[in-house]
Design a protein around this ligand. Sequence first.
Ligand code: SF4
Ligand code: SF4
Length: 154
Amino acid sequence: MPTFVYMTRCDGCGHCVDICPSDIMHIDTTYRRAFNIEPNMCWECYSCVKACPQNAIDDRGYADFAPLGHSVRVLREPEKGVISWRLQFRDGREKNFVSPIRTTEWGSIKGPAEYDAPSAEDFDKQELAHEPEYLNIEGGLPALRPDQLKQGLV
Ligand code: SF4
Ligand code: SF4
C-alpha cells in the first residue's frame, strides 16, 4: 500500500526524504512540501510514516485490504511505542489495530563504518556481517530442523 502526503499537514522538514530507502519522497520545489514521486516504486516499508513528526503521511489500501471508498489513517504514537492504524470502510465500519515501533533516539543507531571491518574469513560465511551477535540471538540463527518439517527429510 503506497504512501501519500497530506500537503496541508506537512511542514517540509524532510525526514521522510532522508529515510526513504526507495528515494521516492521528494520536496516539491514550489510548495516546499513532501510528495511521493513514484508510488509504484514504494517498498511499503512505512519508514516515512514512522518518521513523520506531523503525521502527514497515510497510505492507500489495496482492493484486497479494503474496497474503494475507504480511508486508512496511520498515526505514529512514539510515547506508546506503536503505530496506530484506523481503517474506515465506506459503510462506516472501522477496524483499529496497533503495531509496535522501535523507539530508539533518531541518530542513535551506529552506522556501518562504526562497526569492525569484516575479516577475510567472514566473506566465506553464510551469515551476513555481524550476524548473529548484532541480532541479539543466542545460539545462532534459527533454522528448520528435519523433524519440524511436516513430512520430514528423506
Ligand atoms: Fe519510501 Fe518506505 Fe515511505 Fe514507501 S513506505 S515512500 S519506500 S519510506
Ligand atoms: Fe512533510 Fe512529514 Fe515528510 Fe516532514 S516527514 S517533509 S512533515 S511528510
